[in-house]
Design a protein around this ligand. Sequence first.
Ligand code: HEC
Length: 160
Amino acid sequence: MRKQSIRNVLLGMAALITFNTANAETTTKPEHGEYRDWRVLGVSQRHDKNSMRAIVGNHTAIAAARAGKIKPWPDGSIIAKIKWAERKHPNWEQASVPGEFTAAEAMVKDSKKYAETGGWGFGIWGGKTLNMLDQEKSAPCFACHAPMKDQDYVYTLPNL
Ligand code: HEC
């Protein structure tokens, strides 16, 4: 049952992302376009917060992950984490699926610009706009990602 429910979660997320992509506006700059056009790097489920996440990357991040060149992630990589409340599928209660959208966060790799925070800038999406946090507001983000220094501060282990 457990295995089936994980499979359903993944199928649900894949369907959701495909749906969003199909409806996304065309952007002239895919590299810096919004996260809804991007591909999946990973998924996670946070049991203590009943929250579900999809982790997606821009072209640079996906290409690096597929080539296994993520130590360090190349400059220009952007990783986004989309968060939803977890809920049971109304027609299949063994499956957890994304409920209410809660937030979308981002990490932008620029080893020079963000040298103070491991080469990563931290930001939050407001719709299609990525609002980068200043150094003070990034501090809690960086502090929690710091234990992942050996993985270039990224928790997600792409399995593509
Ligand atoms: C309490 C610890 C904690 C804090 C604070 C935190 N993160 Fe994370 N972050 C995580 C963990 C753990 C993951 C991976 C698992 C998950 O949540 O899906 C993650 C994943 C991410 C990812 C996907 C890439 C990766 O590392 O796997 C992004 C993007 C991200 N966080 C951005 C942010 C931003 C922006 C902030 C600040 C606004 C922030 N995080 C604050 C713990 C934290």
